[in-house]
Ligand binder design. Sequence first.
Ligand code: ADP
Ligand code: MG
Length: 260
Amino acid sequence: MSKPILVLENLHAAVEGTEILRGVNLELPPGEVHALMGPNGSGKSTLANVLMGHPAYEVTAGRILFKGEDVTELEADRRSRLGMFLAFQYPVEVPGVSMLNFLRQSLNARRDQDLKPREFRTLVDGKLKLLGMDKAFARRNLNEGFSGGEKKRNEVLQLALLEPELAILDETDSGLDIDALRIVSESVNSMRGPGIGFLVITHYMRILDYLEPDVVHIMLGGRIVKSGGPELAGELEAKGYDSVRKQYGEPAPQEEATAP
Ligand SMILES: Nc1ncnc2c1ncn2[C@@H]1O[C@H](COP(=O)(O)OP(=O)(O)O)[C@@H](O)[C@H]1O
Ligand SMILES: [Mg+2]
């Protein structure tokens, strides 16, 4: 079997001195779509940020291997150049910066070459067509006045252009997520293939209505407490996160060693 795209070994990470990830283990082979699910506050977004090398998060133990290479200490832009992609849960608005400019800069950085504006526009228009999006969309300013669904389409467009080998999609837990998840899932389903692995992070239990993950992981208290096939998402939908909490319990606080 070919090398996994992503391996997490006993990953621990802290924000402002508080340990949030407490030993995450995961293996994602190429071509697979993994869903990471879990209640609010379980550490899903923290994991996404740690994977992309967000400077506010400190890895305190364990390793992140991308295509066999230890990237635990690499800067975010190095990771993205290597082929890791993170769609932000709350994409920023950048008034006055056109999406075309933003996308071209991202792509040039990823490919380490300068595409001519015209070559780039041809490429973008091809992707827009493929995704069934309007040409005018990419001519707008970055996320300015975008609806939730449009922000998601923007992420999907970035994803299609950058052609990463690992895509980490962190879905919002807010009210727009059903629509957003549908948009993202449809594009994930259309982009999946042997050269790319997906880690789709969601709180939304009915994910199976949209996405066909190969593996479902459940995160609780900064650890993956259970992994399984798509049936796991169905089980969650039926029983809810409370049943997971009951079964695994929130990890107990560290107890002081007592003399026997
Ligand atoms: N930048 C931060 N500063 C302080 N605490 C944080 C920060 N980011 C996350 N946390 C805390 O880490 C825990 C996990 O949060 P998060 O990873 O956002 O969970 P999820 O995405 O699963 O809802 C929460 O208790 C949250 O308050
Ligand atoms: Mg989150």
